[in-house]
Design a protein around this ligand. Structure first.
Ligand SMILES: NC(=O)c1ccc[n+]([C@@H]2O[C@H](COP(=O)([O-])OP(=O)(O)OC[C@H]3O[C@@H](n4cnc5c(N)ncnc54)[C@H](OP(=O)(O)O)[C@@H]3O)[C@@H](O)[C@H]2O)c1
Length: 288
């Protein structure tokens, strides 16, 4: 019997790149996508990895990608919708074009790929779809509202899909990574002409999030999501902050959590907050 096959989008760096290695090393066939022709050689010459071009903003290409991916190794078992980027800054200073582009990549492009693979998985009565959301969808962070709204849309979409596809033995799952050291932070689409009023608080908030976790842990969580056989669980978390925030929200309740978060962002974190929120575990290495 042939090896299982996974499709992973956005594999030039970060979680996607690490996940290609994780699945490839475990004997999976991997269809890896990149959006720049110069990245087509990024995964080397591994026989069980085929790298294809895909800009997820191109919905027509996304909608046709299921059949193209199936043709690579003759079977499809899983899809990780990982491609995405970070638009940041106060909403007031974010242009509507920036808002639309953020949703085009993080939400509409991802929906097109879900639509491309669902009929294949439904007909074969098997398949796992991992949609990459973010802990910011749960977090309630400032200067991130557009990005976190796009990631909350991904989480909500996946909850609905999970119910919709369960009867066909197809599992839709959402991954909420915490803050990790990838290249995403060197490509941030920053809001334009930010009023000076915001700058002191914004810079303070950035210093609070300067330490980031090793992204290899997230590639491991991706591998677990696809292979654990758990048909009931929808949401998975990675990184110490990613795992802690949903628990702290449950412990405190939504409103108290947001009050405590707000105090922490003002530099007045309570002893309780400091006790329950873990620090990131950095590898000490640069972005991956
Ligand atoms: N790092 C974190 O702390 C963190 C936390 C929560 C969630 N996430 C999410 O995790 C996912 C992976 O991010 P990462 O941190 O690994 O960052 P990354 O290293 O920048 O990887 C993101 C990948 O997505 C690709 N991409 C972006 N826009 C695309 C498009 N329109 N079409 C196709 N590919 C596109 C990028 O391609 P290029 O190299 O060409 O730009 C890159 O390969 C993203 O969805 C991100 O929002 C990250």
């Amino acid at each position: 019997m042939s090896s299982p096959t996974i499709v992973i989008t956005g594999t030039a760096s970060g979680f996607g790149h690490l996940a290609v290695g994780r699945f490839g090393d475990a004997g999976w066939n991997v269809v890896a996508t990149v959006r720049k022709p110069t990245d087509l050689g990024i995964h080397g010459e591994q026989p069980n990895v085929r790298t294809l071009l895909l800009d997820v903003d191109d919905e027509a290409a996304g909608l046709g990608f299921g059949e193209l991916a199936l043709a690579q190794f003759g079977r499809l078992d899983a899809l990780i919708n990982n491609a995405g980027y970070y638009q940041a800054g106060p909403l007031e200073a974010t242009t509507m074009d920036q808002v639309h582009r953020q949703f085009q990549t993080n939400v509409f492009g991802l929906i097109a790929l879900n639509k491309a693979f669902i009929p294949i998985f439904r007909k074969q009565r098997s398949g796992v779809i991992v949609n990459v959301s973010s802990i910011s969808a749960d977090g309630g962070f400032p200067y991130t509202s557009n990005y976190q709204a796009s990631k909350a849309a991904v989480a909500a979409l996946t909850e609905g899909l999970h119910q919709e596809l369960a009867e066909f033995n197809v599992q839709a799952k959402a991954l909420h990574p915490g803050n990790h050291m990838t290249r995403i932070f060197s490509k941030v689409d920053v809001a334009r002409d930010i009023p000076d009023d915001y700058l002191p608080s914004m810079h303070h908030f950035q210093t609070l999030n300067a330490v980031r976790s090793d992204p290899a842990g997230t590639a491991e969580v991706m591998f677990g999501m696809v292979t654990d056989g758990d048909t009931r669980r929808v949401h998975y978390y990675s990184g110490p902050d990613g795992r802690a925030i949903p628990r702290v929200k449950q412990l405190f309740g939504q409103d108290w959590y947001l009050e405590e978060l707000s105090a922490r962002n003002r530099g007045a974190a309570s002893a309780l907050w400091n006790a329950v929120m873990p620090a990131p575990v950095s590898s000490g290495a640069g972005p991956r």
